[in-house]
Design a protein around this ligand. Structure first.
Ligand SMILES: [Zn+2]
Length: 294
């Protein structure tokens, strides 16, 4: 499984390859341009977070991990090695759809080990000004996200989804990231979107959209859900809990991850045997999975 493109923020050309990994390995990024240096996709490696989520270990960076990690989580892939020959994942079409298609093409292999979940025992809330994110104990993984952008096509949007069956692939994966034309120059000057183009995001003008049509009428909030799922994947295990977010972003998503991982009294590890079945899935689906050999 291989794809290539440019990083949204760096503009750097990059080749990406997804390989199977043994049960229990989790998702590991490997910089093939740096002697195969590996960075695990877990909370302790979260580096700076602004317009995207970056991981760093011993000074080595992997940027914009959220869309691929979101696709893995949405499709139930627990273990994978992701090889990159540069510092940022490709933005592709700005959604997780190309990754979903790659993984589908390769197939998913069930592994002989029970999947391990992170089950919330107590509520955790993080607030910053008018931004808010929380997770509450629940036997399933669900997300409810609200945004409020002063734009005629957006305004107040709320989207709620339970991550079971193929809900992710149907309702979330194709939602693209978005940007405002009037902010473009300032962001380019700051070096934040060197790889941006109208192929890789929804471009909004002050009162409309430049490169329509939208894939969903509420594509914006769905993309926020996509990002959130990708950031919470850094918990390192599938979450059992109900996440509620209001005008949050990568910084708040990853702050929640750190808060949870820092305090083990907030959660417990559970395996498939002890957990409720997501709707429509047989018990074998709960075993760890990795992409099949490409
Ligand atoms: Zn995004």
């Amino acid at each position: 499984m291989e794809t290539s493109g440019v990083g949204l923020h760096s503009g750097a050309p990059v080749k990406l390859r997804i390989l199977p990994a043994p049960a229990g390995a989790g998702v590991v990024f490997r910089r093939v341009d740096l002697d195969g240096f590996e960075i695990e996709a877990v909370g302790r490696n979260v580096a700076r977070v602004s317009y995207a989520t970056s991981l760093m270990k011993k000074g080595v960076l992997i940027s914009t991990t959220e869309h691929l990690l979101s696709a893995f989580m949405g499709m139930g892939v627990d273990n994978a090695i992701v090889e990159l020959n540069n510092l940022e994942l490709p933005i592709l079409d700005g959604s997780a759809q190309p990754y979903v298609e790659m993984i589908r093409k390769a197939g998913i292999k069930r592994q002989r080990r029970l999947r391990s979940y992170l089950r919330l025992r107590k509520e955790v809330e993080v607030r910053e000004g008018d931004k808010f994110i929380a997770v509450y104990p629940a036997e399933k993984y669900s997300v409810a996200y609200s945004i409020n952008f002063p734009h005629p096509l957006i305004g107040k949007e709320t989207f709620e989804v339970e991550l079971s069956g193929d809900a992710y692939c149907r309702e979330i994966a194709a939602a693209r990231t978005f940007g405002f034309r009037h902010e473009e120059q300032a962001m380019r000057n700051m070096g934040l979107i060197r790889g941006a183009s109208s192929e890789s995001c929804i471009v909004l003008t002050r009162d409309g959209i430049e490169n329509g049509p939208l894939r969903f009428p509420d594509e914006f909030v769905r993309h926020k859900v996509l990002d959130l799922i990708g950031d919470l994947a850094l918990l390192g295990r599938r979450l059992l809990g109900r996440v509620v977010a209001d005008r949050a972003g990568h910084a708040l998503h990853t702050a929640l991850v750190s808060r949870i991982l820092r305090d083990h009294s907030l959660w417990e590890e559970a395996t498939a045997d002890e957990t409720a079945s997501p709707a429509g899935e047989g018990p074998e689906k709960h075993q760890g999975t990795a992409p099949a050999v490409p």
